[in-house]
Design a protein around this ligand. Structure first.
Ligand code: G6P
Length: 615
């Protein structure tokens, strides 16, 4: 949610900053801006409403010189998206510029106090208060920018990752973080600052992740130094080497990241599984679980907290863990869990499931459970992100950077890891027989190939999308393991096509939702051969009897549903617990092609952001 970039070095900053903003655009894209201290010592700030491209158009004839700068791409929280509310924000004297990711909760109190001191505000943002506060402290105490930022950081309440520059010191960037991510890349005497590593990786693979409560001084002469905001003591700098490659951040010939990420799934799932199922297929190896075996064996309960698509994967995880481990699992929206005074304690395991590892609500839910004694375990994609760093243990899904805002490959990666975790814990508890483990593990290994098979239906799905492009409402129905798949299918369609869609348990539909069904409301029904197959078939008949059109996802060779549904998409047979890994693929493609037909911005749908680091 909002992306920050910064550069200090020997190159001209502008191109590096703008390229960085493009990489971070998935975090928010309603406006963007840059601030640079020019070669002649001016503080130049350029901002524009809209995508980064609008900023480039606006800035093209301006003075773009300078080897120090900060930049921002915004997802509005306080104040509508316009040029004035766009970052960077500037202090009253026009000397200090600041970019911010997060929300300042006490901005009203601070704003009032600063107004009384003669400060005036031009924007509606919470961020402007921070830059004015920094200037106020700096002037009043006659102190350095570093000391002023440090003091301001102590006074603001909320979440922030900030980067600040001062026109009077073109050799220094100050950055600080509390609950919003910040990464600093180091290459000889060049420094790259960003909300995540994606803008940095093309310059260096050596990065430092700033911790909560830390402030960094990046200085041309003295290099990088990090301090604790509260204690003021200097922190040890820990350099991490990243393994990400630049190709992973490109579209690779696909028109959209989302399509690339859908088609990547055979590879990403192979990476996710790699090294985690022993070569004889008899054991699952997840070291984050094995090292804490006792916790998993003795847990009274597992709570999975997540948001959005990850929450849907969590619902599948519940089925998997309860089936294989017989440990009760509850799945909670992280945003609800954190404020509902949950009953959670020492004998519970809390799993925080998050692609980005940065979702503010999921992180807060995790911290709450940890403070009450629970063992906290992370399942994330982005290496080094906040959630994995806050947990006792965890495992990555290893599906590579996901850039399309609508999650696809992360969903299947999450389900795959949850399946392996359930098998492993079930085996450790003596509840999963060797035969079951071998069968399911071998099916997990087959998934990449089976997904490739499903891609053969790509053209058919594209044709189907044409038929339904102008539908105004959709119903997605599924049961058991595939009720969450129905929820996820509906979410994909809503997110990128803006068509209203509802996911529902197929049988529950008759208690109300069935009233909506008519000729204009298509239903997508997941009717694979599982333990409720016959029941789902009846549900299809109930829809058909009311004139509803049905698109059915069925198991290969099914003749019963084919004779009943209007359109049928077949997926290969596999262990029931893994079927969501296959049924989700045609649903992703259907949503994608409908959205493309409607001319939507598939990778950056309106109002959304990939990483939601605010409440
Ligand atoms: C945002 C994204 C969704 C994502 C959700 C949770 O809403 O647009 O695609 O599922 O956040 O994100 P996480 O990174 O925690 O999985």
């Amino acid at each position: 949610m909002c992306g920050i970039v910064g550069y200090l070095g020997k190159q001209q900053a502008y191109q590096i900053l703008v390229q960085g903003l493009h990489r971070l655009e998935y975090r928010g894209y309603d406006s963007s801006g840059v601030a640079m201290i020019s070669d002649s010592g001016a503080l130049n700030i350029y901002k524009a409403k809209g995508k980064v491209k609008a900023l480039e158009d606006h800035a093209k004839d301006k003075d773009l010189s300078g080897s120090i700068g900060i930049a921002h791409t915004r997802w509005a929280t306080h104040g509508e998206p316009n040029d004035i509310n766009a970052h960077p924000h500037c202090s009253q004297s026009q000397n200090i510029a600041l970019v911010h990711n997060g929300t300042i909760e006490n901005y009203n109190v601070l704003k009032e106090a600063l107004t009384q001191q003669g400060y005036t505000f031009v924007s509606e943002t919470d961020t402007e208060v921070v830059v004015q506060l920094i200037e106020y402290i700096k002037t009043k105490n006659n102190c350095s920018l570093f000391d002023a930022v440090k003091e301001a950081a102590r006074q603001v309440v909320g979440a922030y990752a900030i980067a600040v520059i001062d026109k009077n010191n073109p050799d220094e960037i100050i950055a600080a973080r509390q609950s919003s991510p910040l990464v600093i890349g180091i290459k000889d005497d060049e420094y790259f600052l960003a909300s995540d590593a994606t803008p940095i990786i093309e310059y260096t693979n050596k990065v430092v992740y700033l911790n909560d409560g830390e402030i960094a001084v990046i200085n041309r002469k003295d290099g990088l130094r990090v301090f604790d905001i509260k204690s003021r003591s200097e922190a040890k700098i820990c350099i991490t080497e990243l393994k990400m490659s630049i190709e992973e951040l490109e579209k690779g010939g696909y028109p959209h990241f989302m399509l690339k990420e859908i088609f990547e799934q055979p590879k990403t799932l192979a990476d996710c599984i790699s090294g985690r199922i022993s070569s004889d297929g008899k054991r699952v190896v997840l070291s984050g679980v094995i090292e804490h075996k006792e916790k998993f064996l003795n847990a009274n309960r597992i709570i999975i907290v997540a948001c959005g698509t990850s929450w849907h994967a969590a619902l599948i995880g519940k089925h998997l863990i309860e089936d294989f481990c017989r440990t009760p699992v509850v799945v909670e929206y992280a945003s609800e869990f954190r404020y509902c005074n949950p009953v959670v304690g020492e004998n519970d395991i809390l799993i925080a499931l998050s692609q980005s590892g940065e979702t503010a609500d999921t992180l807060a839910a995790l911290e709450l459970a940890k403070s009450r004694g629970a063992f906290v375990f992370g399942i994330c994609n982005v290496i080094g992100s906040s959630i994995p760093r806050a947990t006792h243990s965890g495992c990555y899904i290893h599906v590579g950077p996901e850039i399309g805002v609508a999650s696809t490959k992360a969903f299947t990666g999450q389900v795959t890891v949850l399946a392996m975790l359930a098998l492993l814990v079930g085996q450790m508890k003596g509840l999963v027989s060797d035969e079951t483990l071998e069968k399911v593990a071998s099916d997990i290994r087959r998934v990449p190939l089976l997904i490739k098979d499903i891609f053969k239906m790509n053209d058919r799905i594209q044709d189907l999308a044409k038929i339904f492009t102008y539908a105004h409402n959709f119903l997605y129905l599924g049961r058991g393991y595939n009720y969450p798949s129905a929820l996820e299918g509906a979410l994909k369609l809503k997110e990128i096509s803006y068509i209203h869609a509802e996911g529902y348990p197929a049988a529950e539909m008759k208690h109300g939702t069935i009233a909506l069904i008519d000729n204009d409301m298509p239903s997508v029904v997941i009717a694979i051969k599982d333990n409720v197959y016959e029941k789902t078939v009846s549900n299809i008949q109930q829809v058909k009897a009311r004139g509803g059109k049905v698109v059915a996802i069925v198991t290969e060779g099914d003749t019963v549903v084919s004779g009943m549904a209007d359109y049928v998409l077949e997926v290969p047979e596999i262990s029931e617990c893994l079927t969501p890994l296959l049924t989700s693929i045609p649903l992703q493609l259907l949503a994608y092609y409908i959205a493309v037909n409607k001319g939507r911005n598939v990778d950056q749908p309106r109002n959304l952001a990939k990483s939601v680091t605010v409440e």
